[in-house]
Design a protein around this ligand. Structure first.
Ligand SMILES: Nc1nc2c(ncn2[C@@H]2O[C@H](COP(=O)(O)OP(=O)(O)OP(=O)(O)O)[C@@H](O)[C@H]2O)c(=O)[nH]1
Length: 184
């Protein structure tokens, strides 16, 4: 009997116009859209194979948030992992990500979260406002994975969504190990 297809719900969060829709659209449809059309909320589904396992990845592309956004319960309940996106050309979008993470972390009761932190618009590195080292450092402080991508040039767009599936498994396993009973 083939192994069951596992369901994973992943939210893509971040400030306005950082490229959330563009990353998801590249991943699901394999194309880049130059036009900016602010998102209200869109969902996408894709079957993804990671190693020997198949996953039904349900992606929620959210409307941009800022540091004042109140995150609804639907951003926490039933969500397996998060892709947090900023633009390397916007320091403000990076600061918004720090505040969004804190809200999620507190919403979950301060446990480790499966997160991939993404610095997008790598093709615009001449206008860079956030150093690679700063992104790496922030992700490390959360115990998360860090990547820099370009939705425009299709750089690492597939890897981001494979990585979040792997992160969900990794965090679930480490949580299971910490809380496993030992029979002496
Ligand atoms: N050069 C470049 N432009 C990008 C990249 N990703 C997105 N863009 C452009 O940035 C603009 C915003 O992209 P979106 O994908 O709509 O951004 P978003 O984060 O979904 O925006 P909201 O829906 O407002 O939250 C669009 O004009 C895109 O074409 C990238 O990697 N490089």
């Amino acid at each position: 009997m083939p192994p069951p297809v596992r369901y994973r719900k992943v939210l893509v969060l971040g400030y306005n116009a950082v490229g959330k829709t563009s990353l998801v659209h590249q991943f699901v449809n394999g194309e880049f859209l130059e036009d900016y059309d602010p998102t209200v909320e869109n969902t996408y589904s894709k079957i993804v194979t990671v190693g020997k396992d198949e996953f039904h990845l349900h992606l929620v592309d959210t409307a941009g948030q800022d540091e004042y956004s109140i995150l609804p319960y639907s951003f926490i309940i039933g969500v397996h992992g998060y892709v947090l996106v900023y633009s390397i050309t916007s320091l403000h979008s990076f600061q918004v990500i720090e505040s969004l993470y804190q809200k999620l972390y507190e919403g979950y009761g301060k446990i480790q979260l499966p997160v991939v932190l993404v610095g997008n618009k790598l093709d615009l590195s001449t206008d860079r406002e956030v150093k690679t080292a700063e992104g790496k450092k922030l992700a490390k402080s959360w115990g998360a994975t860090f990547m820099e991508s370009s939705a425009k040039e299709n750089q690492l767009t597939q890897d981001i969504f494979i990585k979040i599936i792997q992160e969900i498994a990794r965090v679930e396993n480490s949580y299971g190990q910490k809380h496993r009973c030992h029979v002496m």
